[in-house]
Design a protein around this ligand. Structure first.
Ligand code: C2E
Ligand code: MG
Ligand code: MG
Length: 546
């Protein structure tokens, strides 16, 4: 049988979506990893560039100083040109020099003597200079050594003194530059380039603005005597990698993209199957309840219990209510779940409430449950069946969104008209606490545990707790502090109010009904003891004794 057209279209679309869910995270992971590698390498290149620039600048500065001292050694005061005194001074200067190869004198464009060669029998004619910087200042670039003709050197002449310079300035960097044709550098004075290395043409480098782009960087450092070093790397980060290293970076990025895609795939399938398991658990009634006592902070008398849903799945283990309630809310399962909770809570607590007539039962409901209103009939029916008075049941609501604030007023009024009490849960953390307060006028307000747990810390929440409490005092509602875990928190809260209620691990954790019965039994005896002591005035501050 062939499928209808719209059905096969739907399947096709689903398959495309599934494919996109795999492809998009892979590409995203690939791009992000590659970008991170580039960023890391770029930073390393940047550090190297700055350090090379500093080192080159130091070297060029040292060369400048040597040239200056060579010039002053060759100066003719009382000395004659190429006299033995003159040559001696030049030799002494040359001996210490690191960059200068020889100091010589020139006459009529010929070298007549030098510190290394002494007075020349046959003067050597100078080749044509590369640049005449001033009338008396000339420069030769990369010419064969006039004395040996073996190696290439650079020379400068000022007046009658000629200085030949070894090519070892920034020698260490030549190596790097020769092997890495991304880097170029230049040593220049004003606009005259003494040295230029690298693939970039000198003009490009001179005109290059300092700064960086995504793939290149140019930096310049000038000394007081106008010697400048410009250095440029035009293949930073990934672009500067060798082919084999680039391949490794690509492979790592592909693996990271695939891993991201796989993790998302796993979490989606887990989410999907968690949802399936939750649906089954609700249908099979596998959600059970635990009960956490709520006490009067002054007398420690138990005034009620809160029913808290629990789910222990065979595959996923214990799933937190924050997870499965959130999932149920998102996938429209709350109605079924809340029916189950109401049914269980009233059934479980009916015998206990008969035995302890002062105890109330709090049940958490979602806003949707209340605003849709159908659950009220079911609650009435169950309350009647288990013979529980309406005013002993409190429904706790949390404002998770701002959407329903106008819609909730009427349905809540229906609940209160029927005799049930309403509690505003997790006060201080939701969306519209104050507007909710004015709309639903709750019987009880439960201040969220984040405020209780801020007591004794530097957190701003503690100041907010004081402010919240001052405000709540003005309302006609019972205040319950959630999440009391320590004696310090209890002391602080009792100092705020003697009328408040509290709930927390300091008193009791959520428990099953049989444990609750034992707890209430022992508590009754203790309360009696406490009230006696209070009556005798022996208990000045409230302190929890186990
Ligand atoms: P909630 O209604 O504010 O419940 C109080 C939560 O604080 C419970 O977490 C409780 O176990 C925990 N708690 C109590 N005392 C302490 C304490 O001293 N320290 C700390 N750290 N925690 C404490 P639980 O059971 O995990 O429930 C989480 C939330 O899930 C509940 O917050 C409620 O909003 C929701 N929930 C639980 N059961 C139901 C239910 O049957 N229906 C609905 N709609 N929501 C439920
Ligand atoms: Mg609650
Ligand atoms: Mg709460």
């Amino acid at each position: 049988m062939t499928q209808p057209h719209f059905l096969s279209l739907g399947i096709k679309r689903k398959k495309i979506c599934q494919l996109l869910f795999l492809v998009i995270p892979t590409i995203l992971g690939f791009v992000i990893t590659l970008a991170l590698i580039h960023f890391f390498l770029f930073n390393e290149d940047k550090k190297n560039l700055y350090s090379d620039l500093d080192k080159m600048n130091l070297e060029s500065q040292a060369l400048y100083n040597e040239v200056m001292s060579a010039l002053s050694s060759a100066k003719l005061d009382d000395n004659q040109l190429c006299s033995s005194d003159n040559l001696k001074k030049m030799r002494t200067a040359l001996w210490k020099d690191k960059y200068i190869k020889d100091i010589a004198h020139i006459k009529n464009n010929q070298i007549i003597c030098s510190a290394s060669w002494g007075i020349l029998k046959d003067p050597i004619s100078l080749p044509k200079e590369a640049k005449k910087l001033t009338k008396n200042f000339k420069h030769w670039k990369n010419i064969p050594d006039p004395f040996t003709k073996k190696t290439n050197i650079n020379m400068i002449s000022i007046d009658h003194t000629l200085i030949s310079i070894k090519k070892n300035l920034v020698n260490k960097y030549y190596y790097k530059i020769d092997h890495n044709n991304n880097i170029a550098f230049e040593l220049k004075t004003f606009n005259y380039i003494f040295r230029h290395y690298g693939s970039t043409s000198p003009n490009v480098l001179i005109e290059a603005k300092t700064g960086m782009t995504l793939t290149s960087m140019t930096e310049k450092e000038c000394s007081d005597n106008n010697q400048c070093i410009i250095i440029q790397n035009n293949k930073m980060g990934l672009l500067g990698l060798s082919d084999s290293n680039l391949l490794i970076a690509m492979i790592v990025s592909i693996i990271s993209g695939l891993t991201l895609s796989y993790i998302l795939f796993l979490s989606r399938t887990r989410h999907k199957s968690l949802l399936q398991h939750l649906k089954r658990a609700i249908t099979n009634g596998d959600i059970y309840l635990e009960y956490q006592p709520k006490l009067c902070l002054r007398t420690f008398q138990v005034t009620g219990v809160e029913a808290l849903a629990r789910w222990h799945d065979k595959t996923f283990g214990k799933v937190s209510p924050d997870v499965f309630i959130g999932l149920a809310e998102k996938h429209d399962l709350m109605e079924k779940l809340s029916h189950l909770v109401v049914h269980r809570a009233l059934q479980d607590m009916s015998p206990i409430m008969k035995k302890y007539p002062d105890i109330s039962l709090s049940i958490n409901l979602s806003m949707k449950d209340i605003s849709q209103g159908q659950i009220l009939c079911f609650i009435n029916e169950q309350a009647e069946r288990h013979q529980i008075a309406h005013d002993r049941v409190i429904f706790e609501v949390t404002e998770r969104t701002n959407d329903g604030v106008d819609l909730i007023e009427g349905p809540v009024a229906e609940f209160t008209k029927t005799g049930y009490k309403i509690s505003l849960d997790d006060f201080g953390t939701g969306y519209a606490n104050l507007s909710w307060l004015s709309k639903i006028q709750p019987h009880e307000i439960k201040v969220d545990k984040i405020f209780t747990q801020s007591i004794g810390t530097e957190s701003i929440n503690q100041n907010m707790l004081n402010a919240i409490f001052l405000m709540l005092q003005k309302l006609d509602a019972t205040v319950v502090f959630e999440g009391i875990e320590t004696q310090e928190q209890l002391d602080y809260l009792t100092s705020l109010s003697s009328e408040a209620m509290g709930q927390g691990w300091l008193f009791a954790r959520p428990m099953k009904t049989n444990q609750l019965e034992n707890y209430l039994q022992t508590k009754k005896a203790k309360n009696k003891c406490h009230s006696e002591r209070i009556a005798k005035g022996s208990l000045s501050t409230t302190r929890l004794s186990n």
